[in-house]
Design a protein around this ligand. Sequence first.
Ligand code: C5P
Length: 405
Amino acid sequence: MLKNKKIILGITASIAAYKAAFLVRLLVKRGAEVKVILTDAAKDFITPLTLATLSKNKVYTKFSEEKSGEWHNHVELGLWADIMLIAPASANTIGKMANGICDNLLLASYLSARCPVMIAPAMDLDMYVHPSITKNINTLRGFGNIVIDAEEGELASGLLGKGRMAEPENIVTYLENYFSKKQILKGKRILITAGPTLENIDPVRFIGNYSTGKMGFAIASVCADAGAEVILVSGPSHQKIIHKNVKRIDVRSAEQMYEICNKYFETCDSAIMCAAVADYTPEIISEHKIKKTEAELSIKLKKTVDILKHLGKSKNNKQVVIGFALETKDGETNALEKLESKNADMIVLNSLQDEGSGFGTDTNKVSVFVSGDDKIEFPLLSKQQVAQNIVSKMLDLIEKKNYNS
Ligand code: C5P
């Protein structure tokens, strides 16, 4: 599975750096090509000579060679790799990655890499549970990076707890699983909506909602990593996605989102409607800013097109349509009602009552409803993991429909 895979292994300053030597050996044995980037401080824990010998490649530490002045191009390194693995990833490096700091070759390569990035954190147990580390790790997850959770056991400090870097064998298994599952959606085209829609009232005001787009972007990145061609129709959102498989189309209003979805749906295998689309929009958009007067003001709203319902009704017998339900009460009843009324194949319910769920968080707790099946309840997970669960359920549904037709 790892044969001929090009891997950049970033090693940072942690006692666990000694395990990186075993990791390189295991990767090379499986036929991977490994280029190591060491941070300066990591050299106190493991030598470049050991890593160069085991990887059979030059080891990179600085932007340029001290003697010859030869420049190490971080952009080229980033483009060369099929995957970038940072193991061990120290608290310091994780913090810098989460904040766009770029003061060494490893961080510059991280920022310019177009390939997927995995990190295996290693630190003491109290550091690992510090809110700043949790926040930084969740930020990296939000960027689409994959985190290989630290393991429990004895730590360098002598304390017992969670913080040990995952064992090299486990990291290799993780990589193998990742590459074997990688292309499960190759040849599939998936339409995804994300973020809020904003409905203009006048040139300076609008009706909106708190959606940030995090869930929809996570689904887009999981689909793209799995080989799908993704059409991501996003309302105004600060989320970023850079992936060769993703065509991002930015829209503002429900009407614009509907037009784009309608245009692309016919050629798609599945649609995942994750956007928080406005149900109503002002009947008239005032050409000029509405002036304050002594009188009350009413704005007449008209219904928007229900995009999910429209796609659900117009799908063919192979297309899979998935909707979301964000409820503040009677979640299950509403989800089941939506499954039916929108002719959807699956509804993902998240409730604003569950802590850690809903708008703006990096985590989500969802239940999935498929017609004719029992509901599946997932625990609170990162949005990336939730996206993986949704995508794998979607693939089951696509395969079932293709088999039956
Ligand atoms: O009916 P409700 O708005 O609660 O349903 C939510 C689901 O419907 C979400 O998947 C959302 O993306 C979709 N939706 C839509 N077009 C609308 C309103 C909601 O696609 N105008």
